[in-house]
Design a binder for this molecule. Structure first.
Ligand code: URA
Length: 233
């Protein structure tokens, strides 16, 4: 791919902007030499303003989403894209969230520009376990784990029962729930079906990928071999 197209697709600016910037010597190699508009290049060797260039298409980002941010590009309030470099919004292909977390849910959220990877992660066939830490408004009744494990719970306005889910009791008002599906507001609706209310919700893990090392609002790129090992092995 021509350099100008590559940089424009990575969101660094319009083709006109990046042409001007390359002419001004803004793109260099790791050995310090300047890269010209028509030079051959290897992606890993390129530095933009002395920083490694962003990954090419096929990126997977892991974000520790704080509460108060929506998984949308259009919401007038705070959106998860606000937590990433501004140029990530202009990438082509676009970076999409892998499923969604509610505005008031925190924790593990992935974003990718790789449609096939996104599909592999969210496909019901993948049955990837997603782990949620739940705080409740009322004490647990005691029968929730059995109810969720039965695979018979039918949520309001749904026609198929939920797949069996595993609930561990932490204490009277805290539980850890592992789901293999991701229906709309699923955790909140499951506890609502038991007469309870979720006060706070945090996704701590998907497959074997967790948030180690990431404070709320922080993100990192997940290398492809790590994604394969922790999501699909
Ligand atoms: N279940 C919910 O209710 N909300 C989320 O954000 C994720 C799972």
């Amino acid at each position: 791919m021509k350099l100008v197209k590559l940089l424009a697709n990575l969101g660094y600016g319009s083709r006109k902007d990046v042409t001007r910037l390359i002419r001004n010597g803004w793109l260099t190699r790791r050995d310090g030499s300047t890269v010209g508009l028509d030079d051959a290049y290897t992606h890993e060797d390129l530095l933009v303003d002395d920083e490694p260039i962003d990954p090419a298409q096929g990126v997977l980002i892991l974000l520790n989403k704080p509460i108060g941010y929506t998984c949308s590009t259009k919401d007038p309030g705070r959106v998860v894209y606000d937590l990433l470099p501004e140029r990530f919004r202009y990438r082509n292909p676009v970076l999409s969230t892998v499923g969604r977390l509610d505005r008031d849910t925190s924790g593990l959220l992935m974003l990718t520009d790789d449609g096939q990877l996104l599909h592999r992660i969210i496909s019901p066939k993948a049955e990837l376990p997603k782990v949620y830490e739940v705080e409740l408004a009322e004490d647990l009744r005691g029968d929730e784990a059995a109810l969720f494990a039965a695979g018979t719970l039918l949520l309001e306005s749904e026609t198929t029962p939920l797949a069996p889910a595993v609930m561990e009791t932490i204490d009277a008002r805290h539980a850890r729930l592992t789901l293999i599906e991701g229906r709309y507001h699923q955790v909140r609706r499951m506890f609502a079906a038991t007469g309870n209310r979720v006060l706070s919700l945090h996704r701590s893990r998907t497959g074997n990928l967790d948030l180690s090392g990431l404070e709320p609002g922080q993100w990192r790129i997940v290398p492809r071999d790590e994604a394969e090992a922790k999501l699909f092995a």
